[in-house]
Design a protein around this ligand. Sequence first.
Ligand code: SF4
Ligand code: SF4
Ligand code: SF4
Length: 417
Amino acid sequence: MSTDESPPVDDEERYRRLLDETGYDADLGLEMARDAQRVSAGDLSEVAFYERYHDRIVEEFATDEREIDLPEPDAAGGDTGDGGGYLDRLGAALSGMDPDGEESRRSVMKKGAAAAGALGLAGWGTAQNAAGQGGDGGAGAGDDDPDTRWGMTVNLNNCDGCLACAAACSQEHGLSEGANWMYVFAFEDEGQEDESLLPRTCQHCTDSPCTKVCPVGARHTRAEDGLVLTDYDICIGCRYCEVSCPYGVNYFQWGEPDVPDSEIPDEHQIDDRGRWVGARPPEGVMGKCTFCVDRQDGQMGEEKVGTTACEEACSMDAVHFGDLNDPESAPNRHLREYRDEHENDTDEFPDRKEDTVSTFKLLEERGTEPNVTFIGDEPSPHAEQVDGPVSYEEVGLVDNRKEVLDEGGAAAGGETA
Ligand code: SF4
Ligand code: SF4
Ligand code: SF4
């Protein structure tokens, strides 16, 4: 393991412990997690990543179903014969690799992310302030951008830390104790007198490390709308996705869920493809925010499409969900209105235009292309988590994360009883 890309020791120890508990190969999980982040950062190609781990994955899991974003046939440098079948494309891509197996997709743009591509950072953002970035309200869309791309704009200036969003999410999805798919960080930062708040869901990354490492293909990106979901029927609980995610948003369901299957109607659990990806996971399976997939599929009525439980519960107008490809969607509109208002506020900011609006995406420099944009000041590397104005207990939730953070494990997702 190279030193500049090694995770901080505390994190590695925590992650190793966590992976050891699954009985699967912890070394493989850690190495893959690190390299998956390098792929997102543009410092390692998808194909090189695939090839590097294929044999070991097959040996450990008897299959290799990883989601990879293969180059289109032309880009792979040859005629694929059958119009670009997956295996043909893989073969063509492998033969087109450079001798070191390393090809940098975005090496210039992502130069700074190489060192930061280490595993195990603070799971809630540390990068330099990206004021003025993320102006379209969404992540950079790839060539194969789906028609719909669900995403959020979260206005930190509006959040008052009431935790109504977290409680609503837990209630709607039947989450077990400690699984806070919506987590609101309260933190103190240097140069700021008051504490700040940061509500955090899964970022539904367009270039997600978690989908790259899943050996069985359970963690995947839904082609129709970019949602990053876990197929509960397929997940074997190896926790590789959890270790690879820079945001600490995964919650492993160790024991029997608090809410039994019989209390959750099928339409909340099975998506429009017939896959079990909604509501809380069963025992031994990984869960995380789904962007309320059942709502997006119309299972809760047409009027709930393009909404989420956390957004609906927020009376402070902090959470705005919708289709980032639609200029008139709630996240795009909110961002635009906010910008217009503040960019034109020449009384308060006589000399500045765009830069008066601070927007950022968490750890954007890592190349994960998050689909959540924040309005407000980004936490600095010196931000420290503190107790918020309302405790999780007060809204009927349990917060395990802060304990883990206090112990030094930074990007802790969580476990449920
Ligand atoms: S934030 Fe969500 S989509 Fe992004 S890497 Fe983590 S689990 Fe995957
Ligand atoms: S989704 Fe399940 S099988 Fe896939 S990496 Fe995560 S824990 Fe492992
Ligand atoms: S989008 Fe839905 S699943 Fe995600 S945190 Fe909000 S309520 Fe929970």
